[in-house]
Design a protein around this ligand. Structure first.
Ligand code: MOS
Length: 729
């Protein structure tokens, strides 16, 4: 096996004119350099919009944009040789901010600087504003967030003859990689075998990005016909790969005196970076959820994603939902303050109930536990009786944040929202299950084991979950959007529906009883009439000896959705998870330091398949949300990330994370397996809004931009002192 390292643009925008390899070739162990000229078929890696070459074809659009790939005998030699490639450029003036990108009239990054646009048009907002007693406006800003999975991007590409390859990687989406490589080589999918290696974190950062890394390694591996390993070092990982989209948001909301929401006009603007990647998903989702889990008769939303000459932004736990949630939940507190209404009362007044319409006019009849999550979280936090003493240096506050999250890929991604499993019984009663989604630390393997055991009626000890491999199951779509429990759970149930009749028929034969009387549960097969029992493994042994089929597939796709992309109206998602988080903070008014002491959370997950797994997700999601809201401050200067390591980019540690208490609300979802809905992303979505609301409440200043670093909080406090001084003199 040999090693590869990326060669990338050192300028933010322009064209490369010359590549000089002479110094690179002098590095001991140098083998080869591949670039655009080595691509067998299509030089394209764009996952949704075809705007991104696998290797730059002259034009480079950010510092980190791929130009080539050096192969060498060792990892260190590859890195050295990659750095020694000398590239000449002609430069163009780069764009870094949303505002500059939007205002550009020439010198566009692509055909235009607008990466994508989504909208919602419901009711008559102008009439709605006329009918309102108050019209309240506010702007909100959220920053980049780096995934900072502890294991960097990594893969191995192993050629298998002239037209086949195997990929092993730290990845979220095996089938994305299969498609990406197929396109670059013009091969059928089955020539590309993709297997997920145990993956040390992802959070969306290993959704589409590994496709480019694996495809580049594949091009090089096929060219030199040797296995190649690529492991990014941390600096490159941070500079080259995607982040959470920064948002700037403008909310204008009309309300009645009593707090009833009447009309809303919302503009969301996103910094997409150099390529569209998954911006369309982020833009679509944030647009559809922009007003949160509330009833509103008139609403216009525009969500615009703008290209800049920065690293791409894409999938990151929630796909734009945490940003939109920051907008709608800060807005609810701003409205509450203006109207003098208690923030929980304002939310309860407008919260979605069964039978209500979402902002996209989708009627939700089932599994709407939104109000319960508010009440449960409030109970945990003692919301109604909390009265801190804020006379001293330390100021305390509570902040509430309520959200909804559309499960799975939604109307825009419906065509790929199906997933499969393959379940195999062995004569000794053991069971292997292969599935198309993946374990990335979220506990997927555990729930797949649980759900398989439950569906078959056997002990969980019998179940082995196989590493995810593209050859074992049909294309199951991406392992994203909190899909696993819902998709895989339903696919398992579908397989079990095929297995059960065969098991029952054989059991009836063996036990000499009626098929309809056979009950299989907890590892026993029982004739409910006579009470006779045998063990599950005895039945499997009989199946095997009587030459029966012992391998079964299961499949499930999300229900069809009626949705009009032109107006953004209709069924955006088939089902929604609901949640409320309340943050309790302590703010040091001398230093501006924010300490998030507690998160009180309540989640409507339909049915808790694994309650402690849900608590784990909420703890992890809250920690990541607290980081985004307070300490994680990704600095860019001239297109270069200034905070590429843990010394400068402050991830919350156990000491910074809050004490998290979680209440589970179960409003069964008829389409969910056993009634379940997703939890992975909902776990982070409300946190930043809750923290910012709590800080605003503690210090009495509306904090509409995160991260709430000590500097930002202190500046706000100082500005108020200054204003008070001016007033008093
Ligand atoms: Mo995640 S944003 O669903 O990869």
């Amino acid at each position: 096996m040999v090693h590869g390292a990326p060669v990338y643009s050192s300028i933010p925008f322009g064209e490369y004119t010359h590549i000089d390899l002479s110094e690179s070739k002098k590095v001991d162990g140098y083998i080869d350099f591949v670039s655009a000229v080595d691509i067998p078929d299509e030089n394209q890696i764009g996952v949704i919009i075809p705007d991104q070459p696998l290797f730059a074809d002259k034009t480079v659009r950010y510092i980190g944009d791929s130009i080539g790939f050096v192969v060498a005998e060792t990892h260190d030699a590859a890195i050295l040789a990659a750095k020694a490639v000398d590239i000449k450029y002609t430069e163009k003036t780069p764009y870094y901010s949303i505002d500059d990108s939007r205002e550009a009239t020439e010198n566009f990054i692509h055909e235009s600087n607008l990466a994508c646009h989504h909208k919602v048009r419901k009711g008559d907002i102008h009439k709605g504003f006329e009918e309102s007693d108050h019209i309240i406006e506010a702007q909100f800003v959220t920053p980049f967030q780096e995934h900072y999975y502890l294991e960097p991007q990594a893969c191995i590409a192993i050629p298998n003859g002239p037209d086949k390859i195997k990929i092993l990687g730290s990845i979220q989406c095996p089938f994305y990689i299969q498609k990406a490589i197929a396109r670059v080589f013009d091969w059928p999918y089955e020539n590309i075998l993709v297997e997920q290696a145990p993956t040390g974190g992802a959070f969306g950062g290993k959704e589409d990005i590994p496709s480019e890394i694996c495809a580049r390694a594949a091009v090089a591996a096929m060219k030199i016909q040797r296995p190649i390993k690529v492991v990014y070092n941390r600096n490159d990982d941070v500079q080259l790969t995607s982040k959470r989209h920064p948002f700037q948001m403008h909310y204008k909301v009309g309300v009645k005196k009593d707090g009833t929401l009447i009309s809303s006009e919302i503009l969301l603007e996103e910094n997409a970076g150099a390529y569209a990647t998954l911006s369309t998903v982020v833009s679509y989702r944030s647009c559809a959820q922009a007003m949160g889990p509330y009833v509103i008769p008139n609403i216009h939303v525009d969500s615009n994603s703008y290209h800049t000459n920065l690293p791409t932004t894409g999938a990151f736990r929630g796909f734009g939902s945490p940003q939109a949630a920051f907008g709608h939940e800060r807005m609810m507190d701003v409205i509450a303050e203006e109207l003098g209404i208690e923030p929980m009362e304002l939310r309860l007044k407008n919260i979605l109930q069964p039978g209500d319409q979402t902002q996209t006019a989708q009627i939700l009849n089932n599994s709407v536990g939104a109000e319960d999550t508010i009440r449960e979280a409030a109970k945990l936090a003692n919301w109604e009786t909390y009265t801190p003493n804020n006379d001293g240096r330390y100021k305390y506050g509570l902040g509430m944040s309520a959200i909804h999250y559309g499960n799975c890929l939604g109307a825009a991604g419906w065509h790929m929202d199906g997933s499969g499993v393959n379940i195999k019984l062995f004569p000794n009663g053991n069971v292997h299950v292969a599935y198309g989604l993946i374990e990335m630390g979220q506990g997927s393997e555990t729930v797949v084991r649980q759900m398989t055991a439950e569906a078959l009626g056997v002990s969980i000890d019998r179940i082995t979950v196989l590493p995810t491999n593209s050859a074992q199951v049909p294309d199951s779509g991406p392992a994203v959007a909190s899909r696993n429990v819902v998709m895989t759970g339903n696919a398992i149930r579908n397989a079990a529906e095929k297995i059960q009749p065969i098991l029952k028929k054989s059991a009836a034969e063996l036990m000499g009883c009626k098929e309809s009387n056979i009950d299989i549960k907890e590892d026993y097969v029982q004739d409910s009439d006579s009470g006779t029992k045998m063990m599950f493994h005895e039945l499997c042994d009989y199946l095997s000896k009587s030459n029966m089929d012992m391998e079964f597939t299961g499949w499930w796709h999300t229900p069809e959705l009626e949705y009009d992309a032109e107006t953004g109206m209709g069924e955006a998602y088939f089902s929604y998870s609901f949640a409320t988080q309340i943050a309790k903070v302590k703010v040091d008014s001398l230093t501006g330091q924010v300490d998030v002491q507690n998160i009180y959370a309540a989640y409507d997950v339909g049915k808790a398949i694994n309650p402690s797994g849900i608590e784990g997700q909420v703890e992890g999601g809250s920690a990541q949300g607290i980081g985004w809201a307070t300490t994680e401050d990704l600095k860019m200067q001239d297109g270069i990330v200034q905070t590429p390591n843990l010394t400068t980019y402050l991830l919350p540690t156990a000491m910074d994370s809050a004490d998290v208490e979680t209440a589970i609300v179960e409003k069964p979802e008829p389409e969910g397996p056993w009634g379940a809905k997703g939890i992975g992303e909902p776990s982070i979505i409300p946190t930043a809004g809750a923290v910012a609301n709590a800080v605003s409440n503690a210090i009495g200043i509306q904090m509409n931009e995160i991260p709430l670093t000590p500097e930002r909080v202190l500046n706000a406090l100082n500005l108020r002192r200054l204003k008070q001084d001016i007033v008093s003199c």
